[in-house]
Ligand binder design. Structure first.
Ligand code: C2O
Length: 538
């Protein structure tokens, strides 16, 4: 193994985009931030110094953090924030993991601009399980949104939609003042390219397509999949996909585009498309860029088609066939009663309430000391271990009418966590619900990848659910079908405190989250590690 060192300086940087000059928070003055490269088995040591005026942490999305839970990064879950002027060094090993990951800030909505790719190559001499590509390109997109969080959360209402999407920091030619602010890939005709796609956006799921070209998915969430060829893909925030694209079309300039997938009814959104160029060498640069064909914004079938195509490459023997514990989690939006009617702006949600979100009728409130530190030190005041294994209100998942139950208006607030014994084979049923609207929620689990053994529309029914225990994909973020369910399985063999939450930052702030505490193993190797000396204090 090689040890690789990186230096991250979080700072404010002035950028000119879309006719405006803005200060944004970046790492090392780059937007997107620096790419971190490693090889499977490598040790990464990344010193993060916070020179910005905001609290910061960095999360290594998709890295399982085997026995290194202190370096996972979600604020108030595994660490207190790195305050302005402070630094913290993250140290972890890429144990049996390779592929496309990304890192992002995990405090307030800072990840809007503080993110970058983490690319982990296979061990030397181990080839990809697909033809070696001529070149690799990273594509990550985000919403060019400034810090809205405080206003939105304080108002109790809903944020305005993003005013642009960006591809590798570039909005593309569809907006004001952006004709030349376009990302471009130059291609050699006949060659095959590997594109590493990352949805780094805050609050929107996106379709991606390239005009006239097919995409062959070979990896999802940094795990290999059986090759699946499609015209377009959909990624929720937090998801990554590797796709192969063959430059087999007539020499021209084509467009690669991202556009929104909006599954919620009555959602506020702008139907905007951001474009980058996919340009063959020899093409006249001014030649017409053929438009990419994206599905309609509410095309649930297009999403299902991609999901149906995701199968693990070699997962068979590792999928837990038996389970020891089931967690049934309802996920959804709700409106909580407004508790402080003055000042008025606190009650701008529907019915003069406060917009909220919950799991099992509980809106997660982040504590003031990290759950991991409290758990490790035995503090009792910062969280409770009583997260319910099923919704608090009666939920008849066999007979319940689709999308109608449970009634989770006025969910309760709490820092309630679920404690899991070491080694438990866990199944989690994620059931989309909500009194406000149903919606495809990208649910992300820290500390593990999980097998997506089933999903469907309507309410989960154990009698009719057809589970795939043979070749399910192994993922870390699952877009639970709108008004539907997903079943995931994993073995709880990594002790620590692991956040599970909706990767829409808005919903996370509204409480669509909880923390799983996986207890110590018995032997030396499975023991909860001790905290590092420079762990930030609250
Ligand atoms: Cu990519 Cu908890 O986050």
């Amino acid at each position: 193994t090689t040890t690789r060192f990186y230096d991250f300086k979080i700072q404010t940087t002035r950028v000119n985009k879309l006719c405006n000059s803005n200060e944004i928070v970046t790492v090392n003055n780059m937007f997107p931030g620096p790419v971190v490269y490693a090889q499977e088995g490598d040790r990464l040591i990344i010193k993060v110094t916070n020179l910005s005026p905001y609290n910061a942490t960095i999360h290594w999305h998709g890295v399982r953090q085997i026995l290194s839970c202190w370096f996972d990064g979600p604020s108030y879950i595994t660490q207190c924030p790195i305050t302005p002027g402070q630094s913290f060094t993250y140290e972890f090993t890429m144990v049996k993991q390779r592929g496309t990951f990304f890192w992002h800030a995990h405090v307030s909505w800072l990840r809007a601009t503080v993110y970058g790719a983490l690319i982990v190559y296979p061990k030397a001499g181990v080839p990809y399980p697909f033809p070696f590509p001529y070149e690799e390109h990273g594509e990550y997109w985000s919403q060019d949104i400034v810090q809205l969080e405080r206003q939105v959360i304080a108002s109790g209402g809903v944020p305005p939609p993003a005013n642009a999407y960006t591809i590798n920091g570039h909005p593309g030619p569809n907006y004001n003042c952006s004709t030349n602010d376009v990302y471009k890939i130059d291609l050699v005709p006949g060659k095959t390219y590997l594109l590493r796609l990352i949805n780094a956006g805050l609050n929107t799921e996106n379709f991606f397509a390239i005009a006239n070209h097919k995409l062959t998915i070979v990896e999802a969430d940094a795990e290999y999949t059986k090759p699946f060829t499609t015209d377009r893909v959909m990624l929720g925030p937090g998801q990554t996909l590797n796709v192969l694209v063959k430059a087999d079309q007539p020499i021209a300039r084509y467009s690669m585009a991202i556009g929104p997938y909006i599954s919620a009814r009555n959602a506020q959104f702008q139907n905007i498309t951001s474009v980058a160029y996919f340009q063959y060498s020899g093409a006249v640069p001014s030649s017409l860029s053929l438009p990419a064909r994206l599905p309609n914004i509410n095309d649930n079938l297009a999403v299902k088609t991609v999901m149906d195509g995701l199968k693990g490459l070699n997962t068979k023997d590792d999928v837990p066939k038996e389970i020891d514990a089931t967690l049934f989690l309802t996920i959804g939006l709700n409106v909580n009663k407004c508790r402080s009617p003055t000042p008025q702006q606190n009650c701008q949600g529907m019915n003069n309430g406060t917009m909220a979100a919950s799991m099992n009728n509980i809106s997660f409130i982040k504590p003031t000391v990290s759950v991991l530190e409290s758990y490790y030190k035995g503090f009792e005041d910062y969280f409770t271990p009583d997260f319910p294994a099923a919704p608090l209100r009666f939920y008849d998942f066999v007979n319940g009418a689709p999308n109608s139950a449970p009634n989770d208006t006025n969910a309760m607030n709490g820092t309630r966590t679920k404690v899991i014994e070491y080694g438990t084979r866990v199944q989690i049923i994620l059931q989309d619900t909500g009194t406000v609207t149903t919606e495809n929620h990208p649910i992300h689990l820290h500390g593990y990848s999980f097998y997506v053994v089933g999903y469907g529309s309507g309410n989960y029914n154990p009698q009719t659910a057809n589970l795939n225990l043979v070749d399910p994909p192994y993922m870390n973020t699952i877009g639970v079908p709108v008004g539907g369910w997903a079943a995931i399985r994993f073995k709880a063999d990594n002790p620590g405190v692991w956040f599970i939450h909706c990767h829409f930052d808005l919903h996370q702030s509204w409480g669509l989250a909880t923390a799983l505490i996986v207890k110590n193993g018995v032997g030396h190797l499975e023991t909860l590690p001790h905290p590092p000396a420079d762990l930030p204090r609250c």
